[in-house]
Design a protein around this ligand. Structure first.
Ligand SMILES: [Zn+2]
Ligand SMILES: [Zn+2]
Length: 394
């Protein structure tokens, strides 16, 4: 199987690169991926693969039925949207859409999945069950993302999906290497908004008011204890306030301060606990000092937690393709990823694919200089095909 996958991947490699460059040159941000959807649909039509467009926005779902009869259904997912970043790479196929760039590598994911479509379509007599190709829009649109809309539109039904696998290109790992984890891989990403309310008065007569700025100072300090004292030391958590806004003029005691922050977790129980502690502290501090508050917690992406059984197949496939360059990642990342919404419904497995060309460390993702090594398309395509066939034929 491994040799056949390699042979076909090599056969379609140049085509994958061409798709990648075309998509890279014409990036579209979340909820605007109309052209990208067209490119994918046209490619699947040319391959003779049945598919449906407009799933959960500009999503596309393709189906490849195995020739060995009924069996399980595996989903393989690629996100297709770009970012509002002004490209600074000098590539000959740089973005022609000013202020928009595939700075998260979703062009690589999309082209890679088109390669997978080619290879598995050619190999359909060698597996039973079904491969569902899931081209998902709007990954970058936190807190909702495109995944829940695809689920609403029935992507997990007809046929019912038994597991979904995906990859993300990962600078910091060299081309020809990859990393996965059994269990948490990416973090939840939730928003915390707090309004602290005091009462304004003359700056020289603070006894007549309630100073929302002083309250905010106490609240921010007290909230540091949530991560340090309430989260178990072996768990990961982040509570960062990126916005503080309050006060109108230097000689008036401020009556209102807004705090906006993000909360990240890898564990569902900790994610459940933290907002309750945050609100209790905000309430205690503000009311204790004579003020009041409004607390708004908006859940965003859940954590990506890799299913151990599906990950066995992915890890075995990675090793088959990349040998000892396929490793267990030493730790999770605290970035968010809306692939997690699929994980709330079916077992998932997600891995990081190295894209640093030899001796050159790539710029980070979401950076205007991000330039992944296209050679990685081959390793990604082979691994996804290999893992899918392992899952279907087990
Ligand atoms: Zn991103
Ligand atoms: Zn991404």
């Amino acid at each position: 199987m491994k040799e056949r996958i390699l042979e076909l991947t090599n056969k379609y490699f140049d085509e994958m690169v061409a798709y990648r460059r075309d998509i890279h040159q014409h990036p579209e941000v979340a909820y605007q991926e109309e052209r990208t959807m067209g490119v994918i649909a046209k490619a699947l039509t040319e391959m003779g693969i049945e598919h449906k467009t407009g799933v959960g926005g500009y999503g596309v779902v393709g189906l490849i039925h195995g020739g060995k009869g009924e069996g399980k259904c595996i989903g393989i997912r690629a996100d297709i949207d770009a970012l509002a970043v002004n490209e600074a790479t000098d590539l000959p196929f740089s973005s022609v859409n000013e202020g928009v760039m595939h700075a998260c590598g979703h062009d690589m994911h999309t082209a890679g999945l088109l390669g997978v479509a080619r290879v598995l379509n050619d190999m359909k007599d060698e597996f039973k069950g079904t491969v569902k190709l899931i081209f998902q829009p709007a990954e970058e649109k936190s807190p909702t993302g495109g995944a829940p809309y695809m689920i609403e539109d029935g992507v997990l039904e007809n046929p019912k999906v038994d597991a979904i696998i995906a990859l993300h290109v990962w600078p910091g790992i060299e081309t020809g290497a990859a990393a996965v984890r059994f269990g948490p891989m990416m973090a939840s990403s939730d928003r915390v908004n707090i309004k602290i309310k005091g009462r304004s008065c003359h700056a020289s007569q603070p006894q007549d008011g309630v100073d929302a700025i002083v309250l905010a100072g106490q609240v921010i300090s007290a909230l540091q204890t949530v991560v340090s004292r309430n989260v178990p030391p072996l768990e990961s958590a982040v509570l960062t306030f990126g916005v503080i806004r309050g006060g109108k003029i230097y000689n008036v005691v401020s009556d209102e301060v807004i705090l906006e922050g993000t909360m990240r977790n890898l564990n569902f129980a900790v994610r459940d606990m933290m907002p309750k502690r945050i609100e209790a502290i905000v309430k205690g501090v503000t009311e204790g000092m004579g003020g009041s508050y409004e607390f708004d917690f908006s859940p965003g992406y859940p954590p990506v937690v890799n299913d151990p059984a599906v990950t066995e197949h992915v890890y075995a496939a990675m090793q088959d393709v990349m040998g000892d360059k396929a490793v267990i990642a030493p730790h999770s990342a605290l970035g968010g990823e809306d692939f997690a919404f699929f994980g709330e419904k079916v077992p998932i497995s997600y891995f990081w694919l190295g894209v640093d060309s030899p001796h050159i460390k790539s710029a980070p993702i979401h950076n205007a200089g991000f330039n992944p090594d296209e050679q990685a398309l081959s390793y990604g395509c082979q691994t996804l095909c290999n893992a899918a066939l392992r899952f279907l034929n087990e």
